[in-house]
Ligand binder design. Structure first.
Ligand code: ADP
Length: 547
């Protein structure tokens, strides 16, 4: 027997309709590429996303056609989020930090028809446009008078000239909620990037989940600053969740330095911010020396890489800002787990609480996870046993768009598909998951695993260390031994011996790295993660001491 409730499809257009109707006067504030601050409201976002939809109709685009963006976090990008997906086209957010050849490869793979880009990326577009024949329309996200006369890009239009003359009347179409809404390519550290194609349904369910109290706890009383880019897994879904709850939105544009972010937080009374650890490192680097404080910031989600303990302590203990350590992936829309304490943890000592806060957190309703051993057997949730982390759920990838290999899912005995995340983790009895490593980065020494994240966290807790990367080096007796490559803070000094001594008592003796290598910088990939493969290349001639 079927239920007798209305079968209304879950569509992204319903979010902007809701925000316009119920929170139309709430502000959306953006720092623009031009450097000034732009402010308007959710009602304006709605009106202008109607104009985008009409302008796309004018191009004769079909449902499902891809519209690409190469853009910072800002109001025009937000209008495209709703105008493109809401009208049934697919928003393809491209990561400008990828190599130009990879960007050209991605645009061809996605067969994008339109490309909308911030003027910052004009040189990038000039380098790739001739290699991307599927793109018929190039649109610069700027005012008409900012368009260069001699860009070399045929038919280049300014966004404002293109869309602002369109009618503001538009009826969002109804269609199947499983239709594709947006796409994002993985960063491609292991071969060609892979395309993850989100649906309207997966996006709306993820937006609901993200707003829950034990997740990001978003509400109409929040002023949300997504520092995480809109070109990286839809800024962790924040534009959608913000529209769903009617929160104020604050966009940083291209200015991601500590000073600019701090000013925006203070001026726009930001209560909630989200970003990767490197961004927050820059922010702390700006406020700590001058003794500045946050007057409104209450919570910050930190994810994308492991959050160092020193950062959690600084935010929680010095500034009274709750750190929500989060884990996810492009293939998971991206949220998988978030670390919030349970009631029974509230009476624990600070040290005991810290042990929990360092974990990547517990599953959000909608994501199921397990750890498995080498033969696919399910491993116990005892907080000690490591295994490959598998996930499933309605916002987890089922397959890649135009896959180059076989389907990534692994079937269980009931025939259900699980996505192998490529992470190695433990899960404890309370359901808290802790990532030890990417499976390709795991260090095996004498048959035991050493967590490179643990080794990095200890180094990062040293006052002289800005960044640390731990990698395994071949060893004739132990198979592999860890070494740690570190970047010193400007003006700070520490010797190899002092840093090795710092490890004493903080980890088992056999897990202490065999060596410290001082490097000027750790190579980072397009999504801000350490590129250990590149680091290994730079250390090709390295020899472990005593060998
Ligand atoms: P995103 O960086 O948006 O989470 P990516 O798909 O680029 O998504 O990268 C996903 C990978 O990043 C995960 O599989 C994991 O290895 C790593 N990662 C994400 N969050 C964390 C975290 N909090 N701690 C450790 N690793 C993380």
């Amino acid at each position: 027997m079927l239920g007798l409730m209305q079968n209304q499809p879950l569509l992204i257009s319903s979010l902007i309709e809701f925000a316009q109707r119920h929170h139309g006067d709430v502000e959306v504030v953006s720092r623009r590429v031009e450097g000034d601050i732009h402010r308007y409201t959710w009602a304006d976002v709605s009106r202008r996303s109607h104009q985008v939809a009409n302008a796309l109709k004018g191009f004769g685009l079909d449902m499902g056609d891809r519209v690409a963006t190469l853009a910072w976090n800002g109001y025009r990008h937000l209008e495209l989020y709703f105008g493109v997906s809401g009208s049934g086209r697919v928003l393809h957010t491209v990561n400008p930090r990828l190599h130009p050849d990879q960007i050209a490869w991605i645009l061809n793979h996605a067969q994008d028809k339109v490309m909308c880009f911030d003027m910052t990326f004009l040189p990038l577009i000039q380098a790739v446009h001739a290699k991307c024949p599927s793109v018929k329309h190039w649109i610069a996200l700027c005012d008409a008078d900012k368009l260069p006369a001699d860009s070399g890009i045929p038919g280049l239009l300014s966004y404002e000239a293109w869309m602002s003359s369109q009618s503001t009347d538009f009826e969002w179409p109804d269609f199947d909620e499983n239709s594709a809404s947006s796409m994002c390519y993985t960063s491609g550290t292991t071969g060609n990037p892979k395309a993850v194609l989100y649906s309207h349904r997966s996006t709306i369910l993820h937006a609901y989940a993200a707003a829950l109290p034990d997740v990001m706890c978003l509400s109409a009383r929040d002023s949300i600053l997504p520092v995480v880019p809109m070109f990286h897994v839809n800024a962790w879904g924040l534009p959608y969740s913000a529209a769903m709850v009617g929160a104020k939105m604050v966009f940083p544009g291209p200015a991601l330095d500590g000073k600019s972010i701090y000013e925006l937080m203070e001026n726009e009374r930001v209560t909630f911010a989200a970003g990767v650890p490197t961004i927050w490192q820059m922010l702390l680097g700006h406020i700590q020396p001058d003794g500045l404080r946050f007057s409104t910031l209450k919570r910050t989600v930190i994810g994308g890489s492991a959050c160092p303990p020193a950062m959690i302590t600084a935010f929680n203990d010095i500034y009274g800002v709750e750190v929500l350590h989060a884990w996810g992936m492009t293939e998971m829309s991206p949220l998988g787990t978030l670390c919030t304490l349970k009631n029974k943890h509230l009476t624990l000592s600070k040290e005991e609480q810290m042990k929990i806060r360092l974990k990547q957190g517990r599953c959000i309703f909608g994501v199921d996870m397990k750890i498995v051993g080498d033969n696919g057997e399910e491993l116990p949730h005892d907080g000690k046993t490591y295994g490959d982390l598998y996930v499933r759920g309605p916002w987890v990838v089922d397959d890649y768009y135009k896959p180059e290999g076989s389907n990534p899912l692994v079937k269980d005995a009931r025939g259900r598909g699980w996505f192998p995340t490529g992470d190695v983790a433990t899960i404890d009895a309370d359901g808290y998951m802790q990532i030890t490593d990417r499976s390709k980065d795991v260090i095996k020494s004498g048959g035991e695993w050493i967590s490179s994240i643990d080794i990095e966290n200890i180094a990062m807790a040293h006052p002289a260390i800005a960044m640390a990367a731990c990698i395994g080096m071949k060893h004739p007796k132990w198979d592999e031994r860890p070494i740690v490559a570190v970047v010193k803070k400007p003006g700070a000094e520490v010797s190899r011996e002092e840093l090795l001594a710092f490890y004493e008592g903080k980890t088992a003796k056999w897990q202490i790295p065999d060596d410290v290598v001082f490097v000027p910088a750790i190579p980072l990939g397009a999504t801000g993660k350490m590129l250990k493969t590149k680091l290994r290349e730079t250390l090709a001639d390295y020899q472990l001491p005593g060998l």
